[in-house]
Structures are given as C-alpha cells and as structure tokens.
Design a protein around this ligand. Sequence first.
Ligand code: PLP
Ligand code: COI
Length: 367
Amino acid sequence: MTDLTFAHTEAERLPAKDREAILDNPGFGDHFTDHMVSIAWTRDAGWHDAQVMPYGPIPMDPASSVLHYGQEIFEGLKAYRRADGSIVTFRPEENASRLNDSAARLALPELPVELFVEAVKRLVAVDAAWVPSGADQSLYVRPFMIADESFLGVRAAQRARFLVIASPSGPYFTGGIKPVSIWLSQDFSRAGHGGTGAAKCGGNYAASLLPQNLAAENGCQQVLFTDANSPDTIDELGGMNLFLVRDDKTLVTPALNGNILPGITRKSLIQLAKDRGYAVEERAVTVTEWREGVANGSITEAFACGTAAVITPIGQLKSPDFTIDFGDRAPGELTLSLREELTGIQYGTHEDRHGWLTEIPAVGAAV
Ligand code: PLP
Ligand code: COI
C-alpha cells in the first residue's frame, strides 16, 4: 500500500455479452477494458489525485508538451488467468523500475515502485472480468506517462500524468507458434550511443515504423536493427529482444549496451536457461556470426522474446543481399521448451520457483 488514496468511480462500459464476444477473439491491442487508472503529478505537489475511473478520453490541451516534444514513456505487462480462476501478473516491479529508468532519461518524474504495482493491481482487479481464459490469452496492461504541461518552450515539463489502460489479448503474431521472418534494417538505426535506445519511449517506436513498413513490404513480420556505428552488430527487433542458440548448450544475446531495451522476458529466459545448465553469453553479436553459424551448423535456433511476443521462433533473416534460413529446423527444440516453461510459470502449470508472480486480489480485498 502507498499513502496515496485512490478514488474509485466504477461503471461497466460494455454489457457482459459484448465483452464475452470480444474475449472469444480479442486480437492484440484492439479492445479496452471498462476502467483506467490516472495519477497526476506536478513539480510542486508531487503525485496526487489517484483515480480508478471509467475508460475514456483524457483532457488534453493542444499545447501539451507530449504533443510537441514527445515526452512520453510506457510499459507493457500481462495479467494471466489460471485454471483455478485466479489472476496473476508477471514481475510487475521490474516494469516499475524500468519505467523509472525511462523516466530519468526522458526528464519525467519517477513513480514509487509500490504505487506503480498498486495501480496495476487495482485496474486488473476492477476489470477482472476482462482477463480472458483461452489458450495463449491474457490481459495486456499498458502503463504510460505523458508530460501534459501547456507551453511551447523546449524544457522538461513540470506537469505529467501516469495512466494505466488494459486490453484483452491473444497472440501478437497470429497463426500459432509459426517461425517469423525478420527484415534486416540497413538504412535505418533504432538507437545511437547516448540516445534513448534503452528507454521505453514512444519516440523509439515512431522511428521504427518506416523500417517496419519496409519489413512488411519484404514479407517480414519484424525488423532487426543493428548498431548505428557497426552495421554488422545486432541490437534488437522493433519490439523484442533476440537470442541465438548454439549447438554447445550456449545461448547468445546482445549485451545491454545502452542501445537496447532491457527486456524482462530476456532477463527471465537468461535465468531459466542458466537453471537448465546452459551457458548464456551477453556480448556483441553479429549478423556474420549468425550467417556463418547457420551455414556450419553451430547455430541451431533463433528466437525473439518480449511480453507481447512471448517467445517467437525466427525462421529467416532477410536482407536485399542474402537470406539466413533455418528451413524446416525452426521452431527449434529449446525455443519451444523455454516457451513452454515460461508460459507454464505464468499460467500456473509450472512452479514459480523464483517468486515472479504477483497475485491480483479479488475486488474489494485489500490491495
Ligand atoms: N525490445 C523492445 C524494443 C520492446 O519494445 C520490447 C517489449 O517490451 C522488448 C524488447 C521486450 O521487453 P519485455 O520482455 O520487457 O517485454
Ligand atoms: C511489449 O511487448 O510489451 C511491447 O511493448 C512491444 C510491442 C510490440 C507491443
């Protein structure tokens, strides 16, 4: 509990039968629950006016700084419904602490970790009926922070708002656990030294949309970004981290070098792989190494990982000059088995031996 009191105004936005129709086939990020959380901040008053309120438009002055200079950060985590009906979230305090790292980089205010977790718990509890129960379904929770001071000078805003919305979701990539094709971005980088690559800010994603369009034009579902100064060195995908699997029980993944997002799925998989006795190398990884390793058989699998993507096998890396192809060897065995273990922990069929889950209390119970 934090000492900030949440005001609750509750209202069902959609009748139960419309909600059930959405939950049967939620898609990803297309529908929103009945409520949202809003907490205001000013430099003088700090965090105040915490509310669980009906989901809907927010007041926005046209001069709000987020609209002009992009002072915005966000998070993504999921709530899972287990077979016994209970609901859990996965490592929410990690998202809270990453939000604060992003806040520091974007000159936004930090939010106490327990306030972040309480906001998530309150929203999921009040909208528990929106947590789907189908295979691979979950409630995707999107906390975010915007600068909403009205002025046009270029400086850090002295007014901001933290909001949490939620969206019932199925798999990010449709079509089952099918290997995806990745487009190698050669003309555009996602991050440069000293930039915002390690922050989860809207601007990073805005910059990824043109290369993502190019990926789609080339028949690929995601784009792979490489280092701005060293185009052979892999950073990450537009919305996921990347792992290669070697035939000597080793996982290889780009190190957290300030350019890539420190993924919570990435961190969790490193732990699960080490638990199994795999070596994990966090270091500079190159496209050449990937290409040569697949050609000589020492690299046997590649996968993308993230909250939205979970663990998604990569079948191909395409560029105008070459294609690296796992053919019918994807999805790989370790990819599938790590996916099974991680989702098993989340949905309650595997033991939560690292204490990664936070239970959502029933509505009315103390948060
Ligand atoms: N990298 C980027 C650019 C992302 O947007 C995400 C998704 O949040 C990730 C990596 C994976 O992070 P996480 O596992 O915390 O969802
Ligand atoms: C997430 O996985 O939470 C993201 O923010 C990535 C995006 C592809 C939805």
